[in-house]
Ligand binder design. Structure first.
Ligand SMILES: CC(C)(COP(=O)(O)OP(=O)(O)OC[C@H]1O[C@@H](n2cnc3c(N)ncnc32)[C@H](O)[C@@H]1OP(=O)(O)O)[C@@H](O)C(=O)NCCC(=O)NCCS
Length: 173
């Protein structure tokens, strides 16, 4: 990406009317519908979210969603995150997530949990060690956390409750 391209790329919060564009980003990046449906399901259910996009002219190139979790103090779940296939590897995903993390910190959120590739999220400061105390169905080396406030997860452990849209078909029994 040239410096002129970088200047043209706008990273900002998503407007509600842009949900449809965001769905197409996830559908093309993941090649299936599961992640594409999540933003609409979560936002329309009224959950507290931070939803950020990267837009190049009229072209929506990336989206990341942060959703409030229950079970830890002021904690967010990050995901889905996607960059359209023809713009991956340009640093857009990392810029977008950092923008969302900065907004979250400004708004008083204390920690962020993510399930994903440590090769990508580790560079952004996420650590599996910090998520060790979380009881979730997807615990493991790809389940990571980041403290927005230093020490926010010190000594914490508990069940993290995700919005139902993250676990379709799970009866929570
Ligand atoms: C994963 C994804 C969001 C990364 O966005 P991106 O804009 O392509 O990534 P960036 O260019 O910002 O990469 C930042 C760094 O992470 C690394 N990285 C990116 N994707 C990676 C991956 N899947 N595994 C390991 N490292 C990765 C890059 O090499 C880069 O490293 P560098 O700083 O040393 O150059 C994007 O590729 C994507 O949408 N993939 C398909 C959907 C997906 O898998 N989403 C994530 C679900 S957890």
């Amino acid at each position: 990406m040239t410096s002129a391209d970088k200047r043209r790329l706008v990273i900002r919060e998503m407007a509600h009317s842009e949900l449809l564009f965001v769905e197409t980003i996830h559908a093309s990046a993941f090649g299936r519908d599961e992640e594409a449906r999540l933003p609409h399901a979560i936002i329309s259910a009224g959950h507290d979210v931070i939803s950020v996009v990267a837009v190049d002219g009229d072209y929506f190139v990336a989206h990341a969603l942060f959703t409030a979790l229950e079970g830890a103090d002021r904690a967010l779940a990050l995901g889905p995150v996607a960059v359209v296939p023809d713009r991956q590897g340009e640093g857009i995903g990392a810029r977008l997530v950092r923008f969302g993390l900065d907004l979250a910190r400004e708004r008083g959120w204390r920690s962020v949990f993510v399930l994903g590739e440590p090769g990508f999220y580790g560079r952004l400061g996420f650590r599996a060690q910090l998520a060790k105390g979380a009881v979730v169905p997807w615990a493991g080396p790809n389940f990571q956390a980041l403290e927005l406030v230093p020490g926010a997860l010190d000594g914490w452990s508990g069940v993290l409750v995700y919005p139902e849209a993250f676990t379709p078909g799970d009866e929570q029994d």
